[in-house]
Design a protein around this ligand. Structure first.
Ligand SMILES: Cc1cc2nc3c(=O)[nH]c(=O)nc-3n(C[C@H](O)[C@H](O)[C@H](O)COP(=O)(O)O)c2cc1C
Length: 337
């Protein structure tokens, strides 16, 4: 049994968090992850023109109904994410009126923007709700350390939204642990028990995984997406420009035609000029992928696809990872004289 302070903090059996994977739905996945003793996370969804605030409420109620344990939600707080404040208000409102949600909806992970406004809002309106924020560099982590209850330190190997700085997990975790006081969750490129054992050895209290959980039976991503992940190798991802910063995705027609990453300044200038129509058009490409067209939209995926070669159940993934990490951690004393 591996037990870390993260287990106690979130009321989970295993120190594993399922990464948010918006704009795609992860409600079925989140329920399965929570049932398996880790923490399922509801993603910030905004596909098919659905109102994101209503969608978040629906997703929360669905996960609440479909499992018993604790779970969390993600809210992206990027500059262009104008729905973020209303989603946070909805989460606080739902917890205030439903004692079961107050108990079970334990964690908000904010990401892709400034942690200060959500941290101030949550501390004032719902101080019991645990708040982690995603940090891709030590600079960002030190800001999060002052404002939030925990840090998701995310390296460049990971799938989806990435930073301009490109710091990898192996470098990021020890420096964040060495310089911050809040619990650190390691994220980016972790897909097995070796990754969990390494993260704990580097001082993290747990791991967060996205790509590994895509290739599971319960994940609601299209079978073509899952198949693309398991037949890809570590060299098959690329980082391109996304709607708000770089994104790591599998090489396909969309990725090859999409602009390479530009400087942060250039990107911010481009972002400022984006029209609502252009943003909506890019969202449609995500909808294509969600429906199974893996050529003409962004198939977000981390480099760990090279190490993921099967599509087991969520329970098999989680129990396999914990078992492998336990055995590694117990065996390492052989190297100590
Ligand atoms: C399909 C996909 C969608 C993602 N969407 C989000 C998102 O909406 N919000 C967020 O904070 N991170 C998002 N990410 C990043 C993940 O939360 C996590 O940082 C990443 O998957 C970790 O790396 P790994 O894929 O190697 O496990 C996404 C990742 C993937 C693969």
């Amino acid at each position: 049994m591996i037990k870390t302070p993260l287990c106690e903090m979130l009321g989970i059996k295993h120190p594993i968090i399922q990464a948010p994977m918006g704009p795609f739905y992860t409600t079925k996945l989140a329920a399965a992850v929570t049932k398996a003793g880790a923490l399922g996370i509801i993603s910030h969804t905004n596909l098919f023109g659905v109102d994101p605030v209503k969608d978040m409420e629906k997703n929360i109620l669905e996960v609440k109904e479909n499992c018993d344990g604790p779970f969390g939600v993600n809210v992206r707080v990027a500059r262009i994410q104008v729905d973020a404040p209303a989603i946070l208000e909805k989460i606080v409102e739902l917890r205030a009126k439903d004692p079961e949600l107050k108990e079970r909806l334990k964690l908000v992970i904010t990401s892709a923007g400034n942690p200060e406004p959500p941290a101030k809002f949550l501390k004032q309106k719902d101080p019991d709700l645990i708040h982690f924020h995603v940090a891709p560099t030590l600079y960002h982590a030190m800001k999060v350390d002052k404002l939030c209850d925990g840090i998701i330190a995310t390296g460049y190997e990971g799938g989806g939204h990435q930073s301009y700085e490109g710091v990898t997990t192996m470098v990021l975790i020890p420096e964040v642990v060495n310089n911050c006081s809040k619990p650190v969750v390691a994220c980016g490129g972790i897909s097995d028990g070796k990754g969990l054992a390494a993260a704990l050895a580097m001082g993290a209290v747990g791991v967060q995984m996205g790509t590994r959980f895509i290739a599971t039976k319960e994940c609601e991503f299209h079978p073509a997406y899952k198949d693309f992940v398991v037949r890809s190798q570590d060299r098959d991802t690329v980082v391109t420009t996304g709607a708000f910063g770089p994104i790591r995705l599998l090489k396909n027609k969309y990725a090859m035609e999409h602009p390479r990453v530009m400087t942060k300044e250039e990107m911010m200038a481009k972002e400022a000029q984006l029209t609502p129509q252009e943003i909506a058009e890019d969202m449609k490409k995500y909808e294509l992928v969600y429906k199974g067209d893996i050529d003409n939209g962004p198939v977000l995926c981390g480099q760990s696809c090279g190490n993921i070669k099967n599509i087991p159940t969520v329970k098999e993934v989680i129990e396999g990872i914990v078992k492998e990490a336990e055995s590694i951690l117990k065996g390492l004393h052989k190297y100590v004289a």
